[in-house]
Design a binder for this molecule. Structure first.
Ligand SMILES: C[S@@+](CC[C@H](N)C(=O)[O-])C[C@H]1O[C@@H](n2cnc3c(N)ncnc32)[C@H](O)[C@@H]1O
Length: 581
């Protein structure tokens, strides 16, 4: 799935107010049982149980921040209110939160957020929604291109919701992300402006680019369906798309969901974000499916008939030879694994790289991701991958960072920021630890690692990962960090360093208060949502906010954006706090 995964269980999903579309990728929301990371998270917001400490307020705030921030603040919009459905000429000034283009309507300066508009571009857009002081629109036509235009290399660009900024040079994508992190930390976090590059007195470090801006994903999830999406040209609006309804005839489709459509599939043959061999496997499965529609019918989300629901292709490396390894997972409605055997044989004869084929049976109606049963159809139940010198077994439903080479960079930066003594005397607390990868990669330099995580399966995987790598000084605890009780903290001694890596809503206020009285020497905060991160840093560093009465404060010393998801608006950053003595 291209969805972000760092979110609490499904029941908590909802679509945030500000998206103009429902999850625009097919990358299904359901996904694995627990969280892959945040890559495509912007489409889904998670809510804490008490509903108080959610990311949405920050999303709204950060949008209005971007408005205040817009250049030419002098052209105040006066008595101009666009109407829904109106087509207007505008100029895009910058990329705002979630990669929406921040545009100003020509002659009036009225602020409009427009999907796919790029800085410097003059365009015509149609108003979709009006909000207080701004509107949301979608692009109809480019009048003159942006400053850093490139030809988007993907044939599905503009319709597929996955890569939104392919037509911007990679350097410009990086600049926009770095700027967004800076603006949010400076304004929402109240840390003031800082020079963008790592100059003296600056907390901002230059963003770390991804060495491979394409083919970096080690996992893609495709969906089967009975209706093919038919292209209508660029810049599709979900609201205006009934032109192309295909007839009642059932078709075979395997690809990604069309933007805003749960029932229509874009038959993508080649996704530039995944490995070339993965694309060849996808093509084989598609060709086979077209020819065997009767024996292997795709699942129909309307009638709930059919068999094949999803296809996931994951890649890893042999831990000895370093050679590519692929896992193919067919998610089916019924438990009829024999039906898949001819297809399995065809895959394994054509692709020696495929070392694992599994069938996850998921009989639930609707998008539930609960797996009733897993059959191994070929080879092993897992593939392997190396990260920071450790070996990880990745099974069909285990979480693993989706950009392996950049995860290597991210974790290395995190380790640097922890500034461990390395003499085995310190205690490390790894909050929101997932399958434990970050803490485990530092285990040999500390006395003990304590990992804390909500999802039980992830905790089990973390313990297995520790065992596989012969690590004995790591303890993983299951628990909900949004519901701290007085018992919290009794399982581990006072840590020297805290790593926290929450999902998009950021940390609960109770956890922040707890950290303030815990007084660890350092807190390294990894975030996939700089807006909620900025809010939390403000609470940890500045007195007098939101009833957080504590004499302990931290000092922000370092902000390091790392680009984990090129071609998309998703931003990852590492921030470092030092305890003020
Ligand atoms: C961004 S991921 C971090 C994963 C891990 N640090 C890594 O790098 O692989 C966030 C993790 O927080 C977990 N999580 C979400 N809500 C939680 C909660 N309320 N309490 C504890 N863990 C939670 C998710 O299951 C997910 O594994």
């Amino acid at each position: 799935s291209m969805h972000c995964s760092c979110h609490p269980p499904r029941a908590n999903f909802r679509v945030p107010l500000l998206t103009t579309r429902k999850p625009s990728l097919s990358f299904r929301v359901s996904g694995p049982r627990y969280a892959p990371r945040c890559e495509y998270s912007s489409e889904v917001a998670a809510e804490s149980d008490d509903g108080t400490h959610v990311g949405e307020t920050q999303e709204l705030e950060s949008l209005s921040e971007s408005i205040k921030n817009a250049k030419n603040a002098s052209d105040k919009p006066k008595n101009f209110f666009p109407k829904k459905g109106q087509d207007l000429e505008m100029v895009c000034e910058s990329l705002a939160y979630k990669g929406l283009g921040l545009c100003k309507v020509v002659d009036t300066g009225f602020v409009v957020f427009c999907e796919r508009a790029l800085p410097g571009e003059r365009l015509i857009a149609r108003i979709l929604k009006k909000k207080k002081g701004f509107a949301e629109a979608y692009k109809l036509k480019t009048l003159s291109v942006h400053d850093n235009a490139v030809e988007a290399p993907c044939e599905y660009f503009g319709e597929c919701g996955g890569c939104k900024t392919q037509n911007l040079t990679y350097e410009a994508q990086l600049r926009e992300k770095e700027q967004q992190v800076h603006d949010l930390i400076a304004r929402l976090g109240k840390f003031g402006n800082s020079p963008l590059s790592g100059e003296p007195g600056s907390y901002m470090m230059p963003i770390v680019p991804c060495a491979t801006p394409y083919a970096y994903r080690n996992k893609m999830e495709f969906s089967y369906g009975t209706k093919k999406w038919k292209s209508k040209g660029l810049f599709v609006s979900p609201k205006l798309e009934d032109v192309n309804e295909s007839g009642p005839k059932l078709e075979f489709a395997l690809g990604l969901h069309a933007p805003g459509r749960f029932d229509k599939i874009m038959p993508i043959h080649n996704c530039l974000l995944q490995h070339d061999v993965s694309n060849q496997v996808l093509k084989l499965v598609q060709d086979h499916g077209e020819r065997h529609l009767e024996e292997l019918p795709p699942y129909d989300v309307r009638t709930h008939e059919g068999f094949l629901k999803h296809l996931t292709i994951r890649s890893g490396r042999d831990c000895e030879t370093g050679q590519l390894q692929l896992m193919v997972n067919f998610v089916t409605k019924g438990d009829k694994k024999d039906l898949l055997q001819p297809l399995v044989d065809q895959i394994t004869t054509s692709f020696p790289q495929v070392v694992s084929i599994v069938n996850n049976v998921n009989s639930a109606v609707g998008p539930s991701s609960i797996v009733d049963k897993e059959h191994v159809l070929y080879g092993k139940a897992y593939i392997t991958e190396r990260l920071r010198g450790l070996v990880f077994e990745i099974s069909a439903n285990s979480f693993f960072q989706t950009n392996t080479s950049q995860a290597e960079v991210l974790y290395q930066k995190v380790e640097e920021q922890c500034a461990l003594k390395g003499d085995g005397s310190e205690v490390l607390l790894d909050l929101f630890c997932g399958t434990g990868t970050i803490g485990l990669s530092m285990a040999k330099r500390v006395k003990h690692v304590y990992g804390y995580e909500l999802v039980q399966e992830a905790v089990v995987d973390a313990r297995r990962n520790a065992a596989r790598n012969g690590i004995q000084n790591a303890t993983f605890i299951q628990g909900d960090l949004n519901k701290l009780t007085d018992e919290f903290g009794k399982d581990f001694p006072r840590p020297d360093v805290v790593i926290t890596d929450p999902n998009r809503p950021g940390m609960h206020i109770k956890l922040i208060k707890y950290l303030l009285q815990l007084r660890a020497r350092r807190i390294v905060y990894i975030s996939c949502n700089p807006a909620t991160c900025a809010r939390d840093l403000d609470l940890l560093c500045h007195t007098g906010d939101e009833g957080v009465e504590s004499p302990t404060r931290y000092r922000l010393v370092h902000v390091q954006p790392v680009d984990m998801f090129p071609q998309t608006p998703h931003i990852e950053c590492i921030t470092t706090l030092e305890l003020c003595e």
